[in-house]
Design a protein around this ligand. Sequence first.
Ligand code: PLP
Length: 406
Amino acid sequence: MAKVNENYLRLPGSYLFSRIGKKVEEYKADHPRADIIRLGIGDVTQPIAPEIIRALHGAVDEMGQADTFRGYAPDLGYEFLRSVIAEKDYRDRGCSVTADEVFVSDGAKCDCGNIQEIFGLDNRIAVCDPVYPVYVDSNVMAGRTGEYDPRTGKYQDVIYMPCGRENGFVPDFPKEAPDLIYLCFPNNPTGAVIKKDQLQGWVDYANAHDAVILYDAAYEAYISEEDVPHSIYECQGARGCAIEFRSFSKTAGFTGLRLGFTVIPKELETDGVRLWPLWARRHGTKYNGAPYIIQRAGEAVYSEVGRRQVREQIAYYMENARIILQGLSEAGFDVSGGKNAPYIWLKTPGSMTSWEFFDYLLEQANVVGTPGSGFGPNGEGYFRLTAFGSRENTIEAMKRISELGA
Ligand code: PLP
């Protein structure tokens, strides 16, 4: 008889956004005329920038000509994209990353979820709490997390590093030493960032404890303040302990096109084994490359015109973030984030739980956000709003929330 992977049975409930979707559908069924504004899921709403569309058209036309047609893409990505990434995202910022250390993929979610495959099952993982759920869930599926305790909302073998007001939403070093440390900055969901010296502290910690940092920089393009690192490779010694994930999704609106990449320095090794060849082997075995036309679209993001256009889009979303931050503060909410990230993190009023506040906001203001508890036990009592809506919806949502008050 075929057996299932029982680790999957340890995952509690359905995925956060399915539960939100279900609740909204139920509400709509009972209130068909409700004008619901969705500031919940972190998906972009602005159309793809014209320069990227131009590149897509060009690449599509190439596919229709015998002499420019392309079949399978190279597993690790086309050289034209890998080299422009290494140059513009890294060398121009003073980080030494070479084109062959860049692994192109169809997005950061897969890479963040799959990277754990190259590590042994006996590694102890540490995660920020709250954080993007994929890190924990992918380790649960692999069988690295132990049992789930519904009372605490925690897996027994995972080291949860609380991120709250008291530490500026940046984790303290854990008491127990982890082997794999997931860090995500700018953070989803809190919108918090880590300062250069704090990240340097983590790099030094990882090097001192022979740990590997899995650094998710999916939102680096939203950083506006000085002294906030865009890449972990800005820190001394990071090439010896860190893997970095990046995404075109929020940088350039590729949530539907799909493109991302992972950087693994050639010399990075653990337990005497280099990680670059393991990830190359995994990529080559389980992945057949991101589509040519999408990689050409990715290349266009780095052209002068493309870069200007995507920056304008980011500025649009960040103006939404400013409107949300200001609206909520004036309404008396305790808010953070929203300055270097498209996420605003607010404390739920009184003693409301995250899900109670979700229902309250849906019913009283017809605004959908994301309950903080869906990102980890320490997110309980918090709520996330995103800046990815249209300007009109963002302003209207703030008007409705302000009328309710904190
Ligand atoms: N990492 C973080 C922190 C995210 O919030 C997201 C998407 O929401 C991703 C990765 C996934 O990005 P992609 O669309 O490239 O798969």
